[in-house]
Design a protein around this ligand. Sequence first.
Ligand code: GLP
Length: 243
Amino acid sequence: MAEVLIVKTQEEAGAIYAQAVGEAIKANPKLVLGLATGSTPHTAYQALAKKVKDEGIDVSQVRGFALDEYAGLDPEHPESYHSVIRREVVEPVGLNPELINVPNGALETLPHAGADYDAAIEAAGGVDIQILGIGTDGHIGFNEPGSSLASPTRMKTLTEQTRIDNARFFDGDLSQVPTHCITQGVGTIMKARHLILLAFGEGKADAVAASVEGPVTSICPASALQMHPHATFIVDEAAASKL
Ligand code: GLP
């Protein structure tokens, strides 16, 4: 079973993430970070930015790989994950943008973009610490229910539920939410050496319970974390309420 830490506030969760990552960077300045989007990691990135600044940690050589990207959305669109990762992590933490990778959602190269991305992760020596959020249906990255637990990075169709959940980032207009994406596979994510999954709020309680205590099944992609040698769930009391 994965380790579960129940915290009172998102700030507390962020501090645990920042401590783990900050210390790991001190020990290995070329650390490879796995990055995630969504609203959940925000406080973790803020806490890391503060720790890096307060302690003068050199992050100039830190490398990063984001989990996913919308397909066919201009990378300069404010809600593309290229933009979100730049705004939420790269700029506040002061990472070198040239060392931070986001899957390429351009339609022309989609057929091989997944394999190219996995090859790049492998060439970097693999991800050391991967931060994860979780969808209300138990998805990680954009691996929707039914995704193979051995899947590589590839194109996927977004479920209606995920598009509805994410419409808030597109002025609440569902028609603006892309229908497809490119995402690290569950198999890709599972290769990271340490997984830290954050979940806050009652809306995530069912997904957290299914992931931590339910059967390991592709119907709940996050349940794969039960098989990982070093996975940590950091959840608030509301997200833990169905455990
Ligand atoms: C999107 C992302 C996931 C993220 C999820 C939850 O679907 N692809 O990586 O975990 O949203 O988002 P939030 O953290 O905003 O609840």
